[in-house]
Write a protein that binds this ligand. Structure first.
Ligand code: SF4
Length: 620
């Protein structure tokens, strides 16, 4: 039995009748799913009706933290937010740091499950077992910074931490996100699920602390992790100062920083103003998540020009891509302004930018005209049009009502062969890494349970040359199936369940990942777990997510790429000539399914389900 780490409680909130009840985190749940996204996926699989509309009141929205959150282990104020996604109709899980996750745990809960739909706009304030349902009528249409401030004022306590939606979530925009401070649970449209429940915000406050089961063991494991962080020649010397924009320079060098809706990858002269030198010049401060000594988020201010006065915590690497290179915008102040605007309206920067980039390519090809775009000249590089389109997406205005649905649905509505230029997998817009030049990254995009999601199985081996578990050739096809399974399972359990910030993993910390997580969890909770058992938890969760998607109709044919990636080689730069043909993809999928113990169609076999203790889920 666990005797620490967890608060041991799940809070189940029913908005329809404004009630809340507490449930116990069972020993079985803790051992088999560890926490965070593991808990959320298990509950969504068990409790959601197959085929349910993501915006149905019976869909559930789950916030979950892990056994290390709020224990003082570095970089563990992380949470999973999960639901059936209105953007993809698959398992939707988004992840965020900040102060909300640690505060939620201190308020007494490992997981909060939101059910039903409030009759009127509502926010929920949770303070150590006391759950209040409050009117959000005055907050209707409010941007996210003001929403957080208003709630803190109304509750007369600025120590509350607030996760909220902006106008886009209220308007059920399928690419809406959930914001706490300036951190976004960004992808998969979970802000729209929150909006569909008439839930403007959740505020949490608490001073409880999880017990530590074995103080000596915990201290030793924690010190080992801190020591490894200190010893790293990247984490503090570089990453802490520059943050994720470091990756702009890296991927540009490698020729895999995607440019102009993936049509001009490798033409790095187009994006030299996105690099570290330009970004560093605009930093005025840094921002931290709770319990993090790294503080990778750089606060940047625009000092002059049309966007003077705009300030953002970022732009992070992926936003520099989506509101920059994907739309051919080189002017960094416009990217900073776009980043802030997305946060305030509550839309995902990645899906918004990639969808606008898609529309820009259609415009340049003559598939869209000025008449279609309500007079906007949607050409690559036109940052004024991009900024205006972000507003129209958030408010579903004119052509914005089409683009707000993401690239997949927008292409279905526009037709005229536009699907060819829609850069998505399973309905989720592609991240920045042009996977034609990084094949394990590609296989992860194709198979991640959330769609094209770099963070579900990030192949740091290919990007940073880290030889864990082995050295890899980024252009090779062979071996990528096995590697992708390893990346997905390890990242799932270490980063999305325990949860240690994924940026550490990308730098090879704390290594060996599953053993370090096992030691920390054992010290905090008292549960003894082997390295192998920890890794198997990640595998179990990926299998349950696959079963969830399978019953929603996803099959092998959905584990694929946009046509461009399979037919057009990268034209310039260090990855010129690279693509992933259908034969390459088939070879990688066959190897991946075999490594996973799935059949040729990508279904978990009865034997695999039995091995993972999931035999009851065998539907064949
Ligand atoms: S490294 Fe960055 S994202 Fe990770 S916990 Fe620290 S501040 Fe947050």
């Amino acid at each position: 039995m666990y005797s620490g780490g967890y608060m041991g409680k799940i809070l189940r909130i029913d908005l329809s009748n404004q009630s809340a009840k507490e449930e116990v985190v069972s020993e079985e749940l803790a051992r088999n799913y560890l926490g965070g996204v593991g808990f959320a996926i298990k509950y969504l699989y068990d409790e959601l009706r197959p085929g349910i509309s993501a915006l149905d009141k019976d869909n559930k929205l789950i916030f979950a933290v892990g056994p290390l959150t709020a224990t003082g282990v570095s970089c563990t104020s992380r949470m999973a937010v999960a639901s059936k996604s209105p953007l993809t109709n698959a398992m939707g899980a988004a992840f965020a740091g900040g102060y909300f996750p640690a505060e939620m745990k201190r308020a007494g809960y490992d997981m909060i499950i939101i059910e039903g739909k409030a009759e009127k706009p509502t926010y929920v304030a949770i303070k150590e077992g006391d759950v209040r349902f409050r009117s959000a009528e005055k907050l209707k249409g409010m941007i996210t910074t003001d929403t957080q401030l208003f709630i803190k004022e109304e509750l007369k306590d600025h120590n509350y931490r607030v996760a909220c939606i902006g106008p886009a979530g209220e308007g059920l925009v399928p690419i809406a996100c959930i914001i706490n401070e300036r951190r976004a649970a960004g992808r998969k449209g979970l802000g729209a699920v929150m909006g569909s429940k008439n839930l403007k915000a959740i505020a949490v406050r608490g001073v409880k602390k999880p017990a530590i089961a074995d103080a000596a063991k915990f201290k030793e494991a924690r010190q080992a992790m801190n020591w490894a962080m200190k010893e790293s020649d990247v984490l503090y010397p570089k990453f802490s100062k520059a943050g994720t924009p470091m990756v702009v320079d890296k991927t540009s060098e490698m020729g895999i920083y995607s440019i102009k809706n993936w049509s001009a990858t490798g033409e790095i002269d187009l994006v030299k103003e996105h690099g570290l030198d330009a970004q560093d010049a605009m930093i005025i401060n840094k921002a931290y998540c709770a319990d993090c000594p790294v503080g990778c988020s750089q606060v940047k201010l625009v000092n002059e020009g049309p966007f003077a006065g705009f300030l953002s915590e970022g732009p992070e690497f992926e936003t520099t891509y989506s509101l920059g290179s994907a739309v051919g915008v080189t002017y960094l102040p416009a990217i900073i302004a776009g980043d802030r605007i997305c946060d305030e309206y509550g839309i995902d920067t990645m899906s918004a930018g990639v969808t606008i980039g898609f529309a820009m390519e259609l415009y340049e090809r003559g598939i869209l005209t000025k008449q279609d775009t309500d007079g906007l000249e949607l050409k690559f590089g036109n940052y004024e049009a991009m900024i205006e389109m972000l507003r129209r997406i958030a408010y579903k205005e004119g052509f914005g009502a089409i683009l707000c649905q993401g690239t997949k649905k927008a292409a279905e509505i526009i037709g005229k062969g536009s699907e060819k230029y829609a850069m998505h997998i399973k309905g989720l817009e592609l991240p920045a890494y042009d996977v034609r030049g990084a094949k394990a990254h590609g296989l992860n995009y194709a198979t991640a349970y959330t769609g094209a999601d770099h963070n579900r199985g990030y192949a740091f081996q290919e990007i940073f040359g880290i030889s864990i578990p082995e050295e890899v050739d980024r252009f090779a096809i062979k071996g990528k199936g096995k590697l992708t399974k390893w990346n997905q399972d390890v990242r799932c359990v270490v980063c999305d369940c325990s949860p240690i910030c994924a940026f550490l993993l990308d730098m090879g910390l704390p290594e060996p990942f599953c053993q370090c997580a096992a030691d920390l969890v054992a010290g905090a909770t008292g549960m003894s777990l082997t390295e192998g058992e920890v890794q198997q938890i990640g595998e179990r969760i990926n299998n349950v997510a696959r079963l969830f998607n399978g019953r929603e109709g996803f099959t092998r044919k959905d584990d694929t790429f946009p046509e461009r990636l399979m037919t057009e080689p990268i034209k310039a730069g260090a990855s010129a000539g690279q693509l992933i043909s259908q034969a390459d993809l088939d070879e990688m999928l066959d190897e991946y399914y075999a490594a996973r113990g799935w059949d040729k169609d990508g279904n978990p076999t009865p034997a695999k389900l039995k091995e993972l203790g999931l035999a009851m889920h065998n539907r064949r």
